[in-house]
Design a protein around this ligand. Structure first.
Ligand code: ZN
Length: 245
């Protein structure tokens, strides 16, 4: 499945097939013009500008009364959100889940994989921030487990690996391969496809309906932010997921 540009003043790309299911699943882009659409809390963009971007992002999604995001720590903590109002900023979470229509859950990314989980039958969503550390620590099995614990059948889950750095652009050392349980490269470094690792984890957990984005944040860095391609200078995108009220 492919993220399609949405015609709003905010650079947004969304999965149309999921919109048909009453679900908004997307990611913001770099935007055009001199000021990039940075939504990161810890970068070099002045905080006033970042907050203005968040306001515009929220205003572009009037179907949602709240947006919940967290300062992320590359861990496996996932929290269920009942919904609320406005922008809710939490700490230490790398995963969010909700059953509340009108409650948007969000993560910040720039190369790490946003993993979208949807139970279209029971109407329940979970969004995970999966860099290599979170992937190695098992945030995806934890997310699948959370969905199952709330009553979802794993057979019904849809999973999408969103816009992230691809296997041709992500050169890492042995320790990353080892942590992710992947065969080590012959040299000291090798190229790792994190989305492939995550899809393997999902299949082992019993998820069969899996898709992946064709975009690479580094290849397609004219449209998306890439921490690696920019050598750390880029801002952050927001991946988001929610049930339309
Ligand atoms: Zn790439």
């Amino acid at each position: 499945m492919i993220e399609t540009p949405i015609p709003t003043a905010v650079p947004r790309y969304e999965i149309e097939e999921w919109r048909d299911l009453g679900v908004v699943a997307g990611i913001t882009g770099r935007g055009t013009g001199s000021a990039s659409f940075d939504l990161g809390f810890a970068g070099t963009t002045p905080v006033g500008m970042v907050m203005d971007h968040w306001r515009r992002f929220q205003e572009s999604l009037p179907d949602f009364r709240s947006v919940t995001v967290s300062r992320q720590v590359h861990g496996t903590a996932i929290r269920w959100h009942p919904g609320g109002e406005g922008l809710v900023v939490q700490y230490g979470l790398d995963g969010h889940a909700t059953e509340a229509p009108g409650a948007l859950i969000a993560i910040t990314v720039a190369d790490c994989v946003p993993v979208y989980l949807l139970d279209p039958k029971e109407r329940r969503v979970c969004l995970l921030h999966a860099g290599w550390k979170g992937t190695a620590a098992g945030i995806l099995p934890a997310g699948i487990q959370e969905m199952a614990a709330h009553g979802s059948s794993v057979d019904n889950l849809l999973m999408h690996c969103g816009i992230a750095i691809c296997g041709c652009c992500y050169e890492v050392g042995h320790e990353v391969f080892a942590a992710c349980g992947v065969t080590l490269p012959t040299g000291p470094k090798g190229y790792l496809d994190l989305r492939e690792v995550l899809m393997g984890q999902a299949r082992r957990a019993g998820v069969t309906n899996i898709s992946t984005s064709p975009f690479c944040s580094a290849h397609d860095s004219d449209r998306f932010f890439s921490h690696r391609a920019s050598r750390g200078a880029d801002g952050r995108m927001v991946a988001y997921l929610g049930l339309v009220a």
